[in-house]
Design a protein around this ligand. Structure first.
Ligand code: TRP
Length: 452
């Protein structure tokens, strides 16, 4: 099937390839590292409930909006707004997205570096014979260090850069196809071990039974940030990928399948982690180190745990890689198209500057831990700025743009591939985009800032 993009730019070659690339962007550390630790810090079930509602009501429509905007404009996240709304200032969404991409890449590579380090620790059998406390100590010692966390972060960025050099079709599409299903399978196996540990029931209750006394503006706000982060929406990653999607593909079906896959993986990660957390008597609210405290202990209790551990951290690193690629690609597409730089030059410029900020992120767990902003270290500050400020704001502007600036007929034309496909629920979609999404995001946002 030839689905090359109408503008003749590099694009995805098959429908399956597109879904894999978009799912590869969505599925990453957000699902397996960030989701459990956010759920753990925000009451478990109450968090999950709002997370699911937000994915359904806001996440899917926003992802679809990004695809529509990207494929319509056939440009990077900045250029597309200048094509679709010439002479207007909507390109600011693109600028904000590019800044957000730097911010996310900086702290994302910190955690991705940790996963690489854990491949090496798994190979070296570093956890053998350790108690849960011992495993926590290994993590503490490692992530507060200077040399090793930085080395792994640099290595991760280097691999990301090498793949982005290769370009969209050769680089991005190929790696996602096989590896995401394998990761899902492995999570199922780990989840089975986790729920069969003695004392694991409390973990399932924690994750699936909302404690309504836990619901407050802070929990809902965190669920919003997590949903956007996990789906890769709000900064134009899906606009950029949308511009690579062929005119024959069904955008609505991609924008439902990808969030579905993403949510299944996040929930599986929750089932793999929380039963074990409770079985081992650990604290669900351990913060960014949660999975690194818990999973090595689960692996120790599994037949073949040595190999499962290695395989798991390799797959996690790859999931992180396919996400990092999509973040870097936002900046690279922008530099290539707007400044007419080569792909290689653009990639080097973007990655070196993100890495510069990233060093501060990594060291803010160790030698730079005094570099606090409010009660957050520098890493926490970057994560907060991106997930809780820039992505919701970006998402808000994106739906306003689609709902109120683009013509409804234009939106329908893009959704139906020029009248070829039947578009179901178009009015419901438009209603969500015009009214529900902007109002909901604004209320959640303002509420948490304490204005409402
Ligand atoms: N969604 C990815 C994850 O869950 C991270 C990611 C990739 C992202 N691209 C993004 C987050 C764009 C926000 C915006 O790991």
């Amino acid at each position: 099937m030839n689905t090359s993009t109408p503008s003749g730019r590099d694009g995805f070659s098959t429908k399956f390839g597109i879904i894999c690339a978009a799912a590869g962007s969505a599925i990453g550390l957000g699902n397996i590292w960030r989701f459990p630790y956010m759920a753990g810090e925000h009451g478990g079930g109450a968090f999950l409930m709002f997370y699911l509602i937000i994915i359904l009501v806001l996440g899917i429509p926003i992802m679809l909006s990004e695809f529509i905007i990207g494929r319509r404009g056939q440009k990077n996240t900045f250029g597309t707004f200048r094509i679709l709304a010439p002479g207007k200032a909507w390109w600011i969404i693109g600028v904000m997205g590019i800044v957000a991409a730097f911010v996310i890449l900086a702290f994302y590579t910190t955690i991705a570096g940790w996963t690489l380090a854990y491949i090496s620790k798994s190979v070296g059998n570093a956890f053998q014979g350790s108690s849960p406390e011992g495993i926590s100590m290994i993590f503490d010692e490692f992530h507060k260090g200077t040399f090793w966390p930085l080395l792994w972060q640099f290595l991760f960025m280097l691999i990301t850069v090498l793949i982005v050099f290769a370009g969209v079709k050769k680089g991005i599409e190929k790696y996602n196809k096989v590896l995401m299903p394998v990761l899902a399978l492995l999570l199922v196996i780990i989840a089975i071990r986790s729920v069969t540990l003695p004392g694991s029931g409390a973990g399932l209750r924690f994750l699936f039974f909302p404690d309504f006394s836990q619901i407050n503006a802070r929990v809902i706000y965190a669920a919003l940030g997590q949903a956007f982060f996990s789906l890769s929406v709000g900064m134009g990653a899906m606009i950029t990928y949308g511009s690579y999607i062929g005119k024959k593909n069904n955008l609505a079906s991609i924008a439902t399948q990808v969030p579905l896959a993403d949510t299944v993986i996040a929930t599986l990660a929750g089932v793999a982690i929380f039963p074990a957390v409770f079985a081992f008597g650990l604290n669900p609210d351990a913060g960014p180190g949660l999975v690194f405290h818990v999973l090595p202990q689960v692996f120790l209790q599994m037949p073949g745990g040595y190999f499962i551990s290695i395989l798991f951290f390799i797959l996690l690193a790859i999931a992180a890689l396919t996400s990092a690629i999509s973040i870097l690609e936002v900046v690279v597409a922008f530099l290539m198209e707007e400044f007419k730089l080569s792909r290689v030059k653009s990639t080097i410029m973007a990655s070196v500057s993100a890495l510069f900020v990233g060093v501060f992120s990594t060291l803010s767990f160790g030698v730079l831990s005094h570099l606090a902003i409010g009660n957050l270290n520098f890493f926490g500050f970057l994560d907060f700025t991106a997930s809780k400020v820039m992505l919701p704001l970006g998402g808000l502007l994106i739906v306003i743009f689609l709902g109120w600036v683009m013509k409804a007929s234009e939106v329908k034309d893009e959704l139906s591939n020029g009248g070829v496909l039947k578009v179901r629920l178009f009015n419901a979609f438009l209603f969500i985009i015009r009214f529900i999404a902007p109002v909901a995001i604004s209320i959640i946002f303002l509420n948490s800032v304490g204005i409402l």
